[in-house]
Write a protein that binds this ligand. Structure first.
Ligand SMILES: [Zn+2]
Length: 278
């Protein structure tokens, strides 16, 4: 099982090389490398990652925000494909085999426009993943937080069904936000995960999670909440993380869970780990 953080936690003030001991003190063993502004890792940090990996730390990687394989703009898609290929090489160089990416968007936000965008994304992914040696790298299209983003639950399933190298990144907060507060009970969350399991059973065991609570409006995601923080209107922050960890247990899912709680990633991750162990 993996419980970890996305990027260097705001509360950590030391050097990168000492971060992993700081996380270990909290029993955390996961780190999502935030390549959100470009697929780049310094040579020094590469060495640190390789060393920590050899000591059992688990790494995933988040692709840059500007990657947009679902864009209407052809040069953007072409560039995104090249970027993804570089990212895969980078991941291989540090022994990372999970890359999460945002499906993007840009076509009309209609049923037809979204279908077209997903078809285009599937074709793009199948093209570049079959041009290169993927090694053991898996790509994780992530649930989008805003209603206008590509990456509904059905769209993520669709991508994973049709792309050999794609596996689901289920950001439960994004899912809750884009569905305007849908995850109101454990049973509902379980149903959603069961839907994925039924559709892509062979890929389900490699599922990747982002989990934290979120503030949303009528267009979906507004901002990530701090761990334990309420919505601005006073409602309790959702989805419920105890429900989440108990669904993991009930469904026998091997957890790989990354906390993206605002400024409190490590607190959220530790909370979920303890809740899972209970
Ligand atoms: Zn993301």
């Amino acid at each position: 099982m993996v419980f970890g953080v996305a990027g260097v936690p705001t509360n950590y003030k030391g050097k990168f090389k000492n971060l992993f001991d700081w996380l270990r003190e909290r029993d955390l063993n996961g780190y999502e490398i935030q390549c959100v502004y470009g697929f780049k890792i310094s040579d020094v940090n590469k060495q640190i990652i390789l060393e920590e990996k050899s000591k059992g730390f688990c790494f995933s990687m988040h692709a840059p925000y500007y990657i947009n394989l679902g864009s209407k703009n052809e040069p953007v898609v072409a560039r995104s494909k090249e970027n993804m290929k570089q990212g895969i090489e980078l991941a291989k160089s540090v022994g990372v085999n999970r890359i999460t990416f945002h499906p993007g968007g840009g076509h009309d936000n209609t049923e037809e426009g979204r279908k077209l965008a997903i078809k285009q994304l599937i074709d793009a992914v199948n093209e570049f993943t079959h041009q290169i040696d993927m090694g053991d790298v898996r790509l994780y299209p992530e649930i989008g937080g805003k209603t206008a983003n590509l990456g509904s639950l059905d769209e993520i399933i669709e991508i994973c069904k049709h792309c050999e190298y794609c596996y689901p990144c289920i950001d439960i907060a994004h899912l809750h936000a884009r569905e305007i507060g849908s995850i109101t009970s454990k049973e509902i969350l379980k149903e959603k995960l069961q839907k994925i399991k039924d559709a892509i059973p062979q890929k389900f065991k490699y599922i990747h999670f982002h989990a934290y609570t979120i503030n949303y409006g009528d267009k979906g995601e507004l901002n990530h909440l701090r761990h334990g923080e309420n919505m601005p209107d006073g409602r309790v922050g959702m989805p419920n993380l105890d429900d989440f960890t108990s669904v993991l247990k009930e469904m026998g899912i091997e957890p790989w869970v990354i906390s993206e709680a605002q400024d409190t990633q490590e607190i959220g991750a530790e909370y979920m780990l303890q809740s899972y162990k209970k």
